[in-house]
Each structure stands twice: as C-alpha cells, then as structure tokens.
Ligand binder design. Structure first.
Ligand SMILES: Cc1cc2nc3c(=O)[nH]c(=O)nc-3n(C[C@H](O)[C@H](O)[C@H](O)COP(=O)(O)OP(=O)(O)OC[C@H]3O[C@@H](n4cnc5c(N)ncnc54)[C@H](O)[C@@H]3O)c2cc1C
Length: 406
C-alpha cells in the first residue's frame, strides 16, 4: 500500500477519530479543518459503548485510557429521567447503545477535552484554517479543492464536515436539512460541593429533562471526571496540551416552537449574555426552588444558542471514492445522545474498511460500499427515532434501537 492516501474534510469528532484510526493502521491521511484550532466550547457529550469501542480501536492505548479517566464517573442510574417542573419524577428511559467497558460501563465527556485528546499525535496531519470547497474525481483518484485555490489528490475523500457538509452537497445534493424549529440555550454551572448537595438526586443520573407549564424545557447533565484531568494527563500523556476542567453541570433551556414561552423569547443570536441569562431565569419562575436556584449559578459567559436541525435519511447511493461520516450524512437531534457516538462508530468502521482497501484486499469502491451499507442499517434507525417529535417522551423507544439495560 505504498501510496494509499486518505483526504478528510473536517477535523471534528468523527474526522479526528478516523485520522487516529488510519494512523494506527499505518495509512497516510490529511485532515482539512476550516477552524483555526480546537474551539473553546466545552459542553458535555453523553457516551455509549459504540463511541467507546470506536475510540478503543482508533486511539493509542494511553490516549484511550486518558479518555476513560477524564470521562464522567458512572452514574447511579444510566437513564434519561423525566421530571416535572417541581422536580417530581414522571418516568425514565434507558439510554441506547451498548455499555462501555465492564468496570466503567457508562460515562460522558467534556467535548473539548475529547477533541484535545483526539488531536494528540496528529499535529502533522491536521491542517487548521483550511476549508474544503469541493472535489473532482476521475475514477482512479479524487482531488479535494481548497479555499486558497490549491487542491490535493488522494485515493479516497471522506466528508466529515458536519451538517452543512460541502462534500455531501456535491455528492448527494438532494438530501434535505430539516429545521425542527426548536431553539435552545446551552450553558454550564460550576458544580461545587455546596451546589451539588442542594440539587435533586435525579440530576446526577445519566441525563435529566424537566418541562414547565409554559412550554420551557430544561435538560441537565453532570460532568465530574473520574480523575482530575491534569493528574490523568501528567501520568498518561505528560506534557500534552489538554486543559484542566473543573466539574460542572450542563443546564440547557429548550424552546419548542409554538410554546408560549418561545413566542416571548428575544432573538437568541443577537442578545447579550445577560439577556439570555435573564431569559433562563424567567423560564424557571415558579419552579422547584433547587431547579430555579441552579439557573442562578449558571456562568453567563458559557451560554450559547443552538438550533436543532437534522438530515433526512438518504436513499442508498452508488459507492465510490468519496464517502461521508457523522453529521455530514446523519446529523440528528440530541434526543438519544447519539450524534457523537455514531460519528465515532462510523470513523472506526471506515478505518477498518479503508485498511482492507489500502492493503489491496478489497477494491476501494467495494470497501466503501460495505461501510456505507452497514452505516445506513445501523445508524439510520437512530436518526429516524431522534428526529421523531416524541423524541423526549419517557416511553418512546422504537423496537429497532439498541437499548442499554445495565
Ligand atoms: C450542543 C450539542 C450537544 C450535543 N450533545 C451530544 C451528546 O450528548 N451525545 C452525542 O453523541 N452527541 C451530541 N451532540 C452531537 C455531536 O456533537 C455531533 O453529532 C458530532 O459532533 C458529530 O461529529 P462530526 O465529526 O460528524 O461533526 P463535527 O464534530 O461537527 O465536525 C465537523 C467539522 O468539520 C469542520 N468543517 C465544516 N465545514 C468544513 C469545510 N468545508 N472544510 C473543512 N472543515 C469543515 C467543522 O469546523 C468541524 O470541526 C451534541 C451536539 C450539540 C451541538
């Protein structure tokens, strides 16, 4: 496989994992990432065994262990708990996906920490400030086009460039991006021992959601690492550029379209942090005092707006030298906490397929076809379920989803 080279558009969760997997398999690759570096956004990602196993396959052993040790302690119950606005439990739903390793079955990560870990050792492979604008193929090779007017050639191009993927728009122009109309604010509150002692116990389960009578919804998720991040880095990757992270609780306000509360909300993208914090305070007026007090503890500088969009599952397409992974082909609402996990799952599966192609065991188009067929079968049911309007109901769990019962 002397000259086999993979071009990766996008150095997010999936693109970095794929680059790690290829590097581990001895396959050359380049990642083109439009951002100038790893962003500051440090919210929490729920992880399941699909994502965990992919990281175990792709990362060097010390970095996989670093991911594990800097991930969240296994909670008392790994479920999504549904509360009313007085913090009374209405129901609970298991998470989907298999558990992680037997001694540390369930976890969550700080997104920025995971990206920093996945970036280690890829310093010569990831090109920041490099935006992909399109591609050309001639059957034998693929050429990626870059915004500085240059282009580079490889054997396969992988679009790992997120929901607005330039690669997908060229390869599969008919795939629709659906805007659910749901808007939200993500934020975090520092999780001091004092605050933790005053919060309802359900907020320390896997994930918790609560809805108020005016339509405002909150989602909560704790990030308290198994071991202090700096301590784990010092032992497992001394000198590595992974920032320390203090424990926090993610506090997200969701505004479903048509709800009275959403109708009164200001433009989330053009409001100051103080205005957005004031909106969160208004949303919890009359709520359980501990839930209302939690909003007081939100660090206003961490608040950012989010709109919930997803892709329509694409009809099967002919496989070739250009393929897609993660949000670029199955961006989904966060209802089942699966977007990052499925992006990682894709990255590991594609690394295995490209290894077969690079060694000449399987023709490139056949290896890509196997990856795409399996991806559609495994991930599209999760996309469909996540996009269902009943996505946050405690009793909504379609039969074709892999449920975690531990
Ligand atoms: C607030 C929030 C909370 C979430 N919570 C969870 C959770 O708990 N669990 C979970 O599993 N998932 C969660 N997700 C979903 C998860 O973050 C995504 O599904 C995941 O990041 C997808 O990975 P990806 O690599 O496909 O895309 P991304 O991580 O979005 O990476 C795409 C990358 O491509 C780059 N890029 C874009 N266009 C170009 C271009 N033209 N050229 C070069 N580079 C380009 C972008 O800068 C970006 O770095 C959440 C998402 C959000 C927004």
């Amino acid at each position: 496989m002397p000259s086999f080279h993979v071009l990766i558009a996008g150095g997010g969760i999936g693109g970095l994992c794929l680059a790690q997997g290829l590097r581990r398999a001895g396959i050359s690759c380049t990642v083109y990432e439009s951002a100038p570096g790893i962003g500051r956004a440090g919210y929490r990602l729920h992880m399941n065994g699909a994502g965990g196993r992919a990281l175990q396959q792709c990362l060097p052993d010390n970095l996989f262990e670093l991911y594990m040790q800097t991930s969240r302690e296994t909670p008392r119950r790994e479920v999504m708990v549904v509360l009313d606005y007085q913090a009374r439990e209405l129901g609970a739903r298991p998470h989907i996906g298999p558990p992680n390793d037997p001694s540390r079955p369930h976890t969550a990560v700080n997104r920025r920490t995971l990206r920093q870990i996945m970036g280690l050792g890829l310093e010569d492979i990831v090109r920041y400030d490099s935006t992909v604008t399109g591609f050309e193929t001639d059957g034998e090779k693929v050429r990626v086009l870059l915004d500085d007017g240059t282009s580079e050639t490889g054997d396969v191009l992988v679009g790992a460039d997120g929901i607005n993927s330039v690669v997908r728009r060229q390869l599969l122009p008919d795939v629709a991006v659906v805007d659910t109309g749901i808007r939200g604010l993500y934020s975090t509150a520092p999780l001091t021992d004092d605050l933790a002692a005053r919060l309802p116990e359900a907020l320390f389960d896997g994930f918790a959601v609560a809805a108020g009578p005016n339509g405002a919804m909150f989602a909560y998720g704790v990030y308290r690492p198994r071991r202090p991040v700096a301590e784990a880095v010092a032992e497992l990757a001394p000198g590595a550029a992974v920032d320390p992270v203090d424990p926090y609780i993610m506090v997200n306000l969701g505004l479903p379209p048509g709800s009275p509360f959403a109708a009164e909300a200001p433009d989330l993208w053009h409001s100051s942090a103080e205005t957005l914090h004031a909106l969160m305070r208004t949303a919890v007026r009359g709520w359980d005092p501990a839930l209302a007090d939690l909003v007081e503890h939100v660090d206003a500088s961490t608040i950012f707006p989010v709109s919930t969009r997803h892709l329509q599952p694409a009809e099967p397409w002919p496989a070739g030298r250009v393929t897609l992974l993660g949000d670029a082909i199955h961006a989904m609402p966060p209802s089942f906490g699966s977007g990052a996990n499925t992006a990682l799952r894709d990255a590991a599966a594609l690394a295995r397929a490209l290894e077969r192609a690079a060694h000449g065991d399987t023709p490139v188009a056949e290896a890509v076809a196997e990856y795409e067929t399996e991806m559609r079968a495994e991930v599209f049911p999760i996309l469909r379920a996540s996009a269902d309007p009943r996505g946050l109901d405690a009793d909504f769990l379609p039969d074709d989803l892999p449920v975690s019962h531990t």
